[in-house]
Each structure stands twice: as C-alpha cells, then as structure tokens.
Design a protein around this ligand. Structure first.
Ligand code: B12
Ligand code: SF4
Length: 447
C-alpha cells in the first residue's frame, strides 16, 4: 500500500495592503521566511504510527490548485490549518476525481467535520495517533468502502505521550528546512476564548517523557547535524517547572539552538532561567495578548493573564537579561480595544524593550467559543471566511472601531515596530545583553 501525505504549508495573509507593507518590514519578512518552511509535524508523527509495510511519502503542496497530481498512491492524507482549508478541499476534490480516496484531519477538519466530509472519504477528528492506524487497517481490509466517514478518539484529550511515536524525520531528508519542529507537551487548562489548539488537545496538560524528547532531538541531529535549529511545536513548554528543568538538564550536551512558546511565569523560575541560554534556547514566544486590563478580564477562565499584567514589564526584562529574547504576542480587536489601543501597544513595546513582538488580529477559528459568540452577536463579516483565518485579517465587526480603522491601525503599528531602525536597535540591544553575560561569567556554558 502506498500513502501520500500532503501538508498545506506556508504562511498566509489576505489583506493586500498588509501583505505589501509586510514585505518592506525586515522583522516581518524574517519571521515569515523562517516559518514558511516549517514541515508538518502532524504528518511525520502519523507516519510514525503507520505500519512498517506501508510505503509513506511526505509531500508539500506548493500550489494546491495547480500542482500536478501524483497517480501512484492508493490513499491520500491531507493536513491543513483553517487558512488553507479551501485549498485543501480543492486538492482533495482533484484527487478524488482522479480516483484516489482522501482522508482529511487536523485542527481545521476536526472542527468542521460535516463540511470537510463533503471533500473526503474519511475525516479524523482530534489527535490521531490511535485513529490513524485504524484508518489504514480499514482501508487495507476493505479499500475505499472499508473506510468509515468519521474517526473519533475514544477519550479525547487523554492520549498518553508516553506512547508517542518517533516522528519519521527521515521523510524530510534533503529538503531545505531551516527549522525542525518537535512537540513536548499538549493541552492547556486556561481555555482562552479564542484558542483552537486547546480545544483540540483539551484542558489536561500532558508531557512527553524527557527521554523520548531527547531521543527525538538525537534523531534530528543525526539527520541535520549542528545545522538543526529546533522549534518546539508547543503551546506552553514550561508550565510544569520540574519537567522543564529536567528537560533543559537533559539536552545541555547537544550543540543546539532552539525556540519555544511558554507563559510569562518563566520569569519566576530562576533555576530554569539560569540554564536556558546554556542549553541553546535563544527565544521564547509569550502570549501577552493585551496591555489593556479590561481586554484581559475573562479572556482565560482563571483571569491568569489579567493577574500577571502588572508584572509583565519586569518579567520580560528579567527573562531577556538571561540572554533569551522574548517574542511578545499581542492580539488586537478585542471588544475593549478602542482607537487608543495602537498607541498603548506601541508604548508598551518601547517601555518593555521587547526584543521581538508579534502583532495579530483577534480571529474566530472553528471550534472556539469566540466564533460561537461572534456568530450569535451577528458580527461576522461573512460566513465563508476560512481563508481569512490568518491572524492578520479582520473577519468580524469590532465593537469600538470600524473594520477599516483596525486594518489601518495594524499596518501603522507594524510599520512602527518592525522597521529597519527598530530591527537594528533590537539586535544591538541583544548583542549587548549577551556580551554582558559573558563578561560577568554568568553563562560559562554559553555557546
Ligand atoms: C508549527 C506551527 C505552524 C507551522 C506549520 C508547519 C506545517 N506545515 O504543519 C507554520 C509556521 C508553517 C504555521 C503556519 C501557520 N499557522 Co501555525 N502553528 C504551528 C503550531 C505552533 C504547532 C503545530 C504543530 O506542529 N502541532 C503538532 C502536531 C503533532 O499536532 P497537530 O497538528 O494537531 O496534529 C495532530 C492532529 O491534529 C491530527 N492530524 C493533523 N493533521 C492530520 C491529517 C490527517 C490526514 C489525520 C488523519 C490526522 C491529522 O493528528 C496529529 C497527531 O495527533 C500551532 C499551535 C498548535 N498548538 O497547534 C500553530 C497553529 C496551528 N497555527 C496557526 C495559524 C493561524 C497559522 C497561520 C495561518 C499563520 C499565518 N498567517 O500564516 C499559518 C497557516 C498557513 C497554512 N498553511 O494554512 C493556528 C491555527 C488555528 C487554525 N484553526 O487554523 C495555530 C493553532 C496557532 C494559533 N495561534 O492558534 N504554523
Ligand atoms: S494560554 Fe495559550 S494555549 Fe492556553 S488556552 Fe490560552 S491561548 Fe490557548
């Protein structure tokens, strides 16, 4: 049996003015280039639970509407996020028209199963380490007719990462990736209104055993050597401080550079902070979300971020003083954001001396409470807007400003914070921090 696994990769922005402005902004272009080339960990992971006697090939759709179809597969599996859902459907339709059955899965298909099944022979809902082998078995035994329409996990959000397979990184060999992803944790109890990932993985915070993570890193290094820059595909790597310390201790002998996503409480963990730079960590991405207390109120179930707001600036400085740049993420367009929000965020970025930042627009992804609420309040600009689920496009009527004002405000803010001058100043500031650490001998193990 031959299975073609197709990733809908790359980054997306629909708003032409923003896309055009973005191309002139070094920090935007830089990050865009880095992420555009990330491989699909979902598919390499599923390849890891595919029986050995099945041939699997990994493909990246570059131009899904026009890419030549491969005719040598028995089954096609496609993974996509919402921004490329329509392209995924079109590609699936083409494969099915050519006689090849298609299975869809991933974050988008999981929350739009009835829409997705219009373009597929089967849809996998949720994490698929347990359902994918079943799909392959059903297909092996009964061909297309053997497939069920939907495959759901028996106990969603509980898959034990003790059992996580080794992703088949070798399928990516020879491709020009500048970063490789691996995942160490799943699940988040905070349940933010806008978050789709936590809906897929559920509230239970699950960690992969450190030994497994180390084995994955060793495998990546085996293939890519010291060129490997690792991006943890996590939502919050350090939520368990003990695990985080064990992890950092376990990887210190690799010659790694790595990046991850975590929360601001990292600043409270002195032991971890003192070891991060030496372990090769160079940046953490942190969802600060807003600098407006009203916008943070009720954003997550425990008002955790609201309670941390007062300490945001001190925490950012502390983390950065340890040689780790903070990429602070802000979401604009919240119901409490009026036209003053752009200045507030700009001023915060300056004051906090954030070394990187990510400015995005509130986006109602499928499966989220935010989507349900905006639909209920009749505020969606249109119903078929999946292609605009990019984090950079306005898809709903904001409460305290017009759509146009939000779009223009984002463009202006990006011009202010991502320009050449700011970019150079941040780089210089970072070099100074690292030089200071070296001088003080605070990072003897610094690489
Ligand atoms: C790494 C990453 C990327 C990489 C992805 C590389 C790739 N080709 O996959 C890059 C940088 C390219 C990227 C791009 C974008 N991303 Co992104 N990204 C992530 C991140 C941090 C990790 C994803 C990951 O690797 N997870 C690990 C794997 C193992 O988990 P998984 O994907 O859920 O897969 C499991 C199941 O879903 C299922 N499954 C998945 N696919 C399939 C397919 C089949 C056939 C089956 C059976 C099962 C199945 O099985 C897997 C194992 O259980 C997530 C955050 C998150 N927690 O998901 C955001 C995230 C997925 N990204 C997001 C967004 C918005 C984007 C962009 C739109 C940004 C932009 N403006 O360009 C683009 C999307 C462009 C596009 N191509 O559609 C959102 C998506 C929300 C949504 N519903 O769409 C997320 C959740 C972050 C957020 N802020 O909310 N991203
Ligand atoms: S803290 Fe992050 S991962 Fe957790 S629910 Fe909120 S946005 Fe999602």
């Amino acid at each position: 049996m031959r299975i073609g696994m197709i990733a809908m990769s790359g980054v997306r922005v629909v708003n032409k003015d923003l896309a055009a402005a973005g191309l002139t902004l070094p920090q935007f272009v830089n990050r865009g280039e880095v992420v555009a080339s990330l491989p699909s960990l979902a598919l390499t992971t599923l390849a890891g639970v595919t029986p050995d006697d099945v041939h699997v090939e990994y493909i990246e759709a570059s131009d899904p509407g026009n890419d030549a179809l491969r005719t040598d597969f028995d089954l096609i599996a496609i993974s996509s996020y919402t921004a490329m859902a329509y392209e995924m459907y079109a590609l699936a339709d083409r494969y099915r028209a050519a006689g090849m059955p298609v299975v869809l899965g991933g974050l988008h298909a999981s929350f739009t199963p009835h829409e997705s099944i219009e373009h597929a022979d089967a849809v996998a809902l949720g994490e698929a380490e347990t359902t994918w082998p079943q799909i392959v078995e059903d297909f092996r035994n009964g061909g297309k007719a053997g497939l069920k329409r939907f495959y759901r996990e028996t106990h969603p959000g509980t898959y034990d990462l003790e059992n996580a397979p080794m992703p088949r990184y070798e399928l990516l060999e020879g491709r020009p990736y500048n970063r490789i992803t691996l995942q160490t944790v799943r699940g988040c109890p905070l349940d933010c209104e806008f978050c789709g990932a936590s809906k897929l993985y559920g509230p239970k915070y699950r960690r992969k055993p450190v030994a497994k993570v180390v084995a994955e890193i060793a495998r990546i290094c085996e293939i890519w050597g010291d060129r490997a820059f690792i991006e943890l595909a996590d939502d919050n790597s350090f939520a368990n401080p003990r695990w985080a310390l064990d992890f950092v201790d376990a990887i210190r002998d690799f010659d790694l550079r790595w990046f991850t996503e975590t929360d601001i409480s990292l600043a409270d963990n002195d032991a971890l902070l003192s070891k991060l730079y030496g372990s090769g960590c160079r940046q953490v991405l942190i969802g600060l979300e807003s600098v407006n207390p009203d916008s943070l109120q009720d954003l997550d179930r425990a008002n955790w971020k609201r309670k941390r707001l007062e300490r945001y600036i001190d925490s950012i400085k502390k983390i950065q003083d340890h040689g780790i740049t903070v990429n602070g993420c802000f979401i604009l367009g919240n119901d409490h954001d009026d036209e003053g929000v752009f200045d507030e965020v700009r001023e915060f970025i300056e004051r906090s001396e954030l070394l990187e930042c990510q400015i995005t627009i509130l986006t109602p992804f499928p499966g989220t409470r935010l989507l349900q609420r905006l639909r209920r309040e009749n505020r969606l600009l249109k119903e078929d807007f999946w292609n605009q689920c990019t984090l950079f496009d306005v898809t709903f009527q904001p409460k305290k400003m017009s759509v146009e004002r939000l779009e223009q405000g984002i463009i202006d803010l990006m011009r202010d914070v991502y320009n050449e001058q700011q970019f150079t100043a941040r780089k210089r500031r970072y070099v100074e921090i690292v030089k200071g650490l070296m001088r003080d001998g605070e990072t003897p193990e610094a690489k």
